[in-house]
Each structure stands twice: as structure tokens, then as C-alpha cells.
Ligand binder design. Structure first.
Ligand SMILES: C[S@@+](CC[C@H](N)C(=O)[O-])C[C@H]1O[C@@H](n2cnc3c(N)ncnc32)[C@H](O)[C@@H]1O
Length: 287
């Protein structure tokens, strides 16, 4: 079936009819909002009352989007954009879609580091670059570096730095097998590393499993703290005196991850809850 005309009202009726039963009505409204914003530059609230038409090329984009949404492709991949901490980011299946919990991590870092001069920050496992870019936008004097093992992710992150007019040093490196930097020291080390255990597969949404990069999500069950160990060890070597470390964590391993930081010599370790009251953020600092 194709969209019957290029009148916006016909498009809305078609969109609803095609996705009915696959998504709730309020989900369909959110999906339409994404599509209208990216494909036509208007919000769904405006589209709903518009008597205008859209071009053939826009109509084609809606047609493809509806096809993908029927297959449960996440809407952010369908339109290629995601919102994070007040900015827009390009996203493709090579990067994780930024999550609201991660916005809380960014917010904490900004609050605790605002006004400090000569800050040097590194974001490990940068993916779309959402953390690094948001930090640089809000801590403008800081020097921000961002690292990922994936060349495809770094390509998206580089686009996002340009899209948001910020300068970031991107580094392709394997944090599990290579050193963090060539001698550079940091005041802030942040990471949202892969932390979902393979055994948690069954609890995850199908659209996450089918479409988001497994490299960004999973760790083996027998070593869930693999990344946290490698990153804290690197942080000890590459942190300046008093350096602060901020992690997004697996809620199931809050205490174990905190103990690991303590073992490596970190102080003032705090386990913080997210909006859903789950242990999600861990912070601490070097002496
Ligand atoms: C959970 S995602 C986080 C993405 C982004 N920072 C965010 O918060 O949305 C983890 C990231 O770590 C990267 N990664 C996985 N293994 C890595 C490794 N050995 N060294 C460096 N980065 C790695 C993945 O490519 C992915 O981009």
C-alpha cells in the first residue's frame, strides 16, 4: 500500500492505519513526531492541524520509514537522528541510541566540574559521541578526548562533533588491550562501557537485540566487570591527582563495581540512583 495523496492529513491517517496494532496510539504519535521533524522540519503538533501538502521526495521518506517501523526498527535509526541532553545527534546501527539514564551521568559531570579551569576529559567507549559532545558544549574550556574501538562508531561521533560545532580529539583504541593514551593525563574519566551480561538477553526488548550493536552492549557472564577493571586501572595510570571517574553501571553490580574502585585506590565513592530508582551511576576520585 502506498500513501494515497501528498496531503499531510491523508499521510497522518495512513501512518496511523499502517501501524495500528503494532504500537499504541501514543507511541504512534511519538513516531510521527520524529518523522515529521526530520523529514519535513515541522513538529507533529503542527502537522496535525496543517492543510498543506508535502513533496514527493518527503512522501517517499515517510513510505520507507513506515516499512521499517513495521519491522520494529528503532525510530532513531529510521530517521537517523536522536535527541540527547538538548542536542541532536546522528545515529546509525553502528552506534548505540543514546539513553535518558546517560543524560543524568552527563548532568552530574557538568554540575561537579563547571568553573574548573584547564580540565582534560576523556570519554571511553564514545559510540555516537553523545557524552563527549554534550560535555564539550557545556564545559567549553575543557579539552575533550573520546575513544572507541569501532571505526564506524567514531565516524558517526566525528559527524556529531561537527554537527554540534565542537572540537573533540577522537582516538581509535581497544581499551581492553591498549593503553588509554600516549602519556596524556586526565582530570575527568567517564565511561558508559558495555555492561549487559549475555544471560540478560532474554530480558531485553527485541528491537534492541535485533538492531543495536552487540559490541556496545554485551559482556560475557563470567566477567561482567571486565571493562570497569580495565578502565579503573587505566585511570590510575592516566589520572591527574584528584582525578574524577564517572561510570554508568549495570544496576545488578553496583556494590561489586564500587568495591573494585576502592581496591584500585579511589576515594569518595558514591553509588547514585537514576530516575527509575536503579543504581546507575558510580563516581569517585583519585587521592
Ligand atoms: C554502551 S556503548 C556507549 C556509547 C555512548 N557512550 C553512550 O553512552 O551512548 C559502549 C561503547 O564502547 C565501545 N567499545 C566496546 N568494546 C570496546 C573496547 N574494547 N575498547 C573501546 N571501546 C569499546 C562500543 O563500540 C560502544 O560504542
Amino acid at each position: 500500500m502506498k500513501i494515497p495523496s501528498n496531503k499531510i492529513q491523508d499521510l497522518i491517517t495512513f501512518f496511523r492505519a499502517e501501524l495500528k496494532g503494532l504500537y499504541t496510539e501514543s507511541e504512534i504519535n511519538i513516531l510521527m513526531d520524529y518523522c515529521f521533524e526530520v523529514f519535513s522540519g515541522i513538529r507533529f503538533s503542527q502537522a496535525k492541524v496543517s492543510q498543506a501538502t508535502i513533496s514527493e521526495s518527503q512522501l517517499l521518506k515517510f513510505n520507507f520509514a513506515i516499512k521499517d517501523l513495521k519491522k520494529h526498527v528503532p525510530v532513531q535509526y529510521v530517521v537517523g537522528k536522536a535527541h540527547f541532553y538538548g542536542s541532536v545527534f546522528n545515529v546509525r546501527p553502528s552506534v548505540l541510541i543514546p539513553r535518558p539514564e546517560t543524560e543524568e551521568l552527563v548532568d552530574l559531570i557538568i554540575k561537579e566540574n563547571k568553573g574548573i579551569t584547564d580540565l582534560s576529559i576523556i570519554d571511553i567507549g564514545t559510540g555516537s559521541g553523545c557524552i563527549a559532545v554534550s560535555l564539550k558544549k557545556n564545559l567549553q574550556d575543557a579539552k575533550v578526548s573520546a575513544l572507541d574501538i569501532s571505526a564506524a562508531a567514531l565516524e558517526v561521533a566525528t559527524e556529531n562533533a561537527m554537527l554540534n560545532n565542537v572540537e573533540i580529539e577522537f582516538i581509535q583504541r581497544d581499551i581492553l588491550n591498549e593503553d588509554l593514551s600516549n602519556g596524556q593525563k586526565f582530570d575527568v574519566i567517564v565511561s558508559n562501557p558495555p555492561y549487559v551480561c549475555r544471560s540478560e538477553h532474554s530480558e531485553m526488548e527485541k528491537n534492541v537485540l535485533d538492531y543495536e550493536p552487540h559490541l556496545a552492549l554485551f559482556v560475557e557472564d563470567d566477567d561482567p566487570l571486565l571493562f570497569y577493571r580495565a578502565i579503573t586501572e587505566s585511570a590510575v595510570r592516566h589520572g591527574r591527582a584528584g582525578a574524577r571517574i564517572y561510570f554508568e553501571i549495570n544496576q545488578a553490580f553496583g556494590q561489586e563495581t564500587a568495591d573494585l574502585m576502592k581496591e584500585k585506590g579511589f576515594e569518595n565513592i558514591e553509588l547514585l540512583k537514576d530516575i527509575n530508582n536503579k543504581n546507575r551511576i558510580l563516581r569517585g576520585n583519585l587521592p
